[in-house]
Unconditional design. Structure first.
Length: 152
């Protein structure tokens, strides 16, 4: 199955920014109370103290696992679901593999380098792929919005 560009469109920069903001708010609603209960603080890390196992789990591992599980189960995080977007294999349009999901998440760290240029790349790429998408072989698509009917 290939990506049918007549029925799907690539999701661009601003929609992906909005989706990320939604995901960040939802994650904060879950993680801040958990961090407060377990660490006695929010999601801040005191640079003068050593990172504790619990802190690393709450701040780094738990969000990564949640995102990858959403991609595996739903092909999207809640923020992308709001816009009808889903992450798929760039060549076939099929579900991405578990390996692609993990690689895509790790690719976020690559995209952050250079002041986030890997994320900004989405705005200029013909298929709206960030560096993390290119590394994982994925694209973000949604059903194509139809043009308004001119016969009114």
């Amino acid at each position: 199955m290939a990506i049918d560009e007549t029925s799907c469109e690539y999701v661009g920069f601003w929609i992906r920014v909005a989706a990320s903001l939604i995901d960040s708010v939802l994650a904060s609603l879950v993680l801040v109370p958990v961090a407060s209960l377990l660490l006695g603080q929010g999601l801040t890390i005191d640079v003068d103290q050593n990172l504790s196992f619990t802190s690393v789990m709450i701040n780094l591992v738990l969000p990564a696992v949640a995102v990858v599980l959403f991609w595996i189960a739903r092909q999207a995080t809640p923020g992308k679901m709001v816009f009808g977007a889903r992450v798929v294999d760039a060549q076939t349009g099929a579900r991405m593999t578990t390996g692609q999901s993990i690689g895509r998440y790790l690719g976020y760290y690559v995209s952050i380098f250079g002041l986030g240029l890997g994320f900004v790349w989405v705005a200029f790429d013909p298929r709206k792929q960030g560096w993390h998408d290119k590394l994982a072989g994925t694209v973000v698509i949604r059903p194509r919005r139809t043009a308004p009917n001119a016969t009114a």
